[in-house]
Ligand binder design. Structure first.
Ligand code: ADP
Ligand code: MG
Length: 698
């Protein structure tokens, strides 16, 4: 039987070519099925009838019953409008139309008993309702009595009179046309295992609920389905990739790893670090290529994990490289790793854009001969001139600055793609990571090394500056060091740098007995490096800088992070900056300095920073504050299908359940030939095809 839901939307009763065009272009609806999967964004209880006497302009919507007693048109051309005076015996209200005027005049007459629905607003001291929905009482369809579903329509649709109400009617026409023949999209064993509602019932309820109580289970069913296919697609793709790309096998845990672990490691690993190392170990021993994302809050000890992964590679005859987003960070990694390795016979070198001439030639040669075992650097590492003898592992630090394309170039550095470990301290909620970085396996270090005291965060207004200075003085007296960070925005660079210079001078005068250093992007690399060295070797006590120190820098003796104009930083950035302190044993502080007048969301950002140091919590708050536009936009761009009912940030529990369900199917039915799963693969193919259609059109 041909699937009636595949029918072109153009042929649905009430549509026709013009409306079909709008549906295609504005809502990406091409078939009856597509329209059934356009879900309402809200519901309004239409069983309540208001009295005109009670109307206020702050009511979200009202529903009235009465008669039109007068029609009147005003204005000419584009300014033409139709006004009707409407009464229910308790008062009068004005109804106004700016378009569809002829239609209204033709279809609604004075003295008809009408039900009117719309948003009241106040104009010239009178309450009016623009573009109300109107039905003749007695002929009112079901839509106007129980809960009414509301659909998003675009500006262009609204201009052509294509209202939410029309979508409502069209959906009703689909239900009339298909009767109860909406084919199920999940196998019955899954429906019963997860106690789901059938598709037919769920769709009917979601579009036309009899009461609010029905909605949760209907929505649950539809969300599950959406997330299930999303996860199935991701896992399916990942499985195939793993099958395609054979990876190098590191069978042994050898001398370097063991020497380091048993003899050189100055502390014991946290359980989280151990777990992640085991996960990496398992990946590199299997024969498929590792693509792992390592998430860990700032200071959780990712560098050490990376180093131990490098040692695994080296013990198996391979080279490793570590890419950092900035030169300062690359240099710091070099220093840290050399210090960790001490006198072990592992050659570590640095390669950045700054290293030129003979020195560069020499390093390049020692890479290609295989003498250099660990190469640390910036983007320069992926240039074609850098040739390895046998590159087996690439660690990428602070992933957000490396694009997927740059990652892909690394794959050409050996006959097989090297194993890849991506480290990031920008935490995103786990389920989101699973989805957005769908092709990466995710490890999490969710534990800080012992003995860390959480950083105390304080919010001061600029007018409280004297308190801040007292605090700084007492920390300096105890031998601690202080960062003072200023925002730097390209468009505003001059002003920002002037702020920084002024701060530098003020601090130099305030603390004449201490040395104040500064770093900003306009300085030459050598100058920057010198300032950084001075601070890291405690020759300077206060470092005034722009956000160049945002990521990775590790100076345990620095115990205070002052962030000037903190209102201009996002939550993630504030959290990163704060992570620069609290790395030693002593109590550290982060001081957020802002002006006094703050917007509601900025105030909330400061409050969150003061209240929590948990990176995951902050990430989640960040997404909530930034709202659905921004982050969901980027998050959504990483996923294979557009989500229509589930929310990638909010439905995290459902996401885990759906992922488990999908994983189980791939595991139990790897050849994809169980008859009970036929329906699943069909649906997945249909969704993929739909997605191709969309991109071809938009
Ligand atoms: P991340 O890169 O995750 O922000 P780092 O690797 O820079 O963190 O580690 C932060 C600090 O913690 C470093 O000084 C590091 O030597 C130290 N560290 C790492 N692991 C441990 C551990 N298990 N116990 C104690 N200190 C640790
Ligand atoms: Mg780091």
């Amino acid at each position: 039987m041909p699937d009636i839901l595949n029918q072109d939307i153009k042929y649905l009763k009430g549509v026709g070519p013009a409306r079909a065009k709008l549906l295609n272009e504005e809502l990406k609806v091409f078939t009856l099925r597509d329209l059934l999967f356009v879900f309402p964004y809200k519901y309004i209880d239409r069983s309540v009838i208001h009295k005109i006497r009670e109307l206020q302009d702050d009511m979200p919507y009202v529903q009235l019953r009465g008669h039109i007693v007068d029609f009147e048109t005003e204005g000419e051309g584009r300014k033409r409008r139709l006004k009707a005076t409407f009464t229910d015996g308790t008062g009068f209200v004005e109804l106004v139309w700016f378009n569809s005027i002829n239609y209204i005049q033709k279809n609604y007459k004075m003295n008809q008993y009408l039900q009117v629905f719309g948003k009241p607003s106040s104009y010239n001291g009178r309450i009016s309702i623009a573009h109300p929905e109107m039905d003749e009482v007695g002929k009112v369809g079901e839509v106007s009595t129980g809960l009414q579903a509301f659909y998003h329509t675009t500006e262009k649709m609204k201009r052509s009179g294509f209202t939410s109400r029309l979508v409502n009617d069209l959906v009703q026409n689909i239900f009339d046309a298909v009767k109860d023949c909406i084919p199920e999209t999940l196998p019955s064993y899954i429906i019963s295992e997860y106690a789901l509602m059938g598709l037919n019932e769920a769709l009917r309820i979601v579009h036309r609920p009899a009461n609010a109580g029905q909605l949760p289970s209907a929505r649950r069913r539809l969300k599950f389905e959406e997330l299930f296919y999303l996860q199935l697609d991701i896992l399916h793709y990942t499985k195939n990739r793993k099958r395609c790309y054979a990876g190098f096998v590191f069978p042994v845990i050898g001398e370097n790893f063991n020497t380091f672990y048993y003899n050189r490691l100055p502390f014991s690993l946290t359980n989280a670090q151990k777990r992640v190392i085991r996960e990496i170990r398992r990946d590199v021993a299997t024969g498929s290529q590792m693509n792992r994302l390592l998430q860990g809050d700032v200071g959780s000890g990712k560098t050490l994990v990376a180093l131990m992964a490098c040692l695994m590679a080296i013990d198996n005859g391979f080279q490793a490289c570590l890419m950092a987003p900035t030169e300062i960070l690359a240099e710091q990694h070099l220093e840290t790793i050399r210090k960790f390795l001490g006198d072990m016979a592992v050659t570590v070198e640095l390669l950045t854009g700054n290293i030129k001439g003979n020195k560069r030639k020499d390093i390049l040669l020692r890479i290609v001969t295989g003498e250099v075992k660990i190469l640390i650097g910036t983007h320069a590492l992926i240039e074609p001139t850098v040739k390895f003898l046998n590159l087996g592992l690439v660690v990428i630090d602070e992933q957000h600055r490396f694009g997927v394309k740059q990652r892909a170039r690394l794959w050409q550095k050996n006959i097989r793609p090297p194993h890849i470990l991506v480290m990031t301290a920008t935490p995103i909620p786990r389920t989101l990571a699973m989805t957005v970085y769908g092709d990466l396996d995710v490890s999490v270090i969710d534990e800080l090394p012992p003995g860390r005291k959480p950083v105390k965060t304080i919010h001061y207004y600029e007018t409280d500056r004297y308190k801040l200075q007292e605090g700084m003085r007492s920390q300096l007296r105890e031998g601690r060091q202080i960062y003072v960070v200023y925002p730097l925005i390209k468009e505003n660079e001059k002003v920002d740098l002037a702020d920084l210079e002024a701060g530098y001078i003020r601090l130099s005068q305030m603390f004449p007995e201490y040395r104040v250093g500064k770093i900003h992007g306009k300085m030459r690399p050598a100058e920057k490096e010198e300032a950084m060295q001075d601070f890291s070797e405690h020759r300077s006590h206060i470092l005034v800088s722009t956000t160049v120190i945002e990521v990775g820098v590790n100076i345990p003796n620095a115990s205070v992070m002052v962030i000037e104009n903190a209102e201009r930083f996002g939550l993630a950035q504030l959290h990163q900056l704060r992570g620069r302190v609290g790395r030693g044993g002593s109590q550290s502080f982060c001081v957020l300095v802002t002006k006094r007048e703050l917007s509601e969301t900025t105030r909330r950002r400061m409050k969150i920073m003061v209240e929590t140091t948990d990176g995951f919590e902050i990430a989640e708050e960040d997404m909530k504050l930034r709202g659905p536009g921004d982050l969901e936009g980027t998050a959504q761009s990483g996923i294979p299908f557009e989500l229509r009912i589930a929310n990638i940030l909010k439905d995290t529990e459902m996401m885990s359940v759906a992922r488990e369900a999908a994983a189980k199917i791939l595991e139990q039915d790897p050849e994809e030939n169980f008859p009970q799963n036929r329906i699943i693969w069909l649906q997945l193919r249909r969704l993929k095809k739909q997605q191709v259609n969309f991109s071809a059109i938009s």
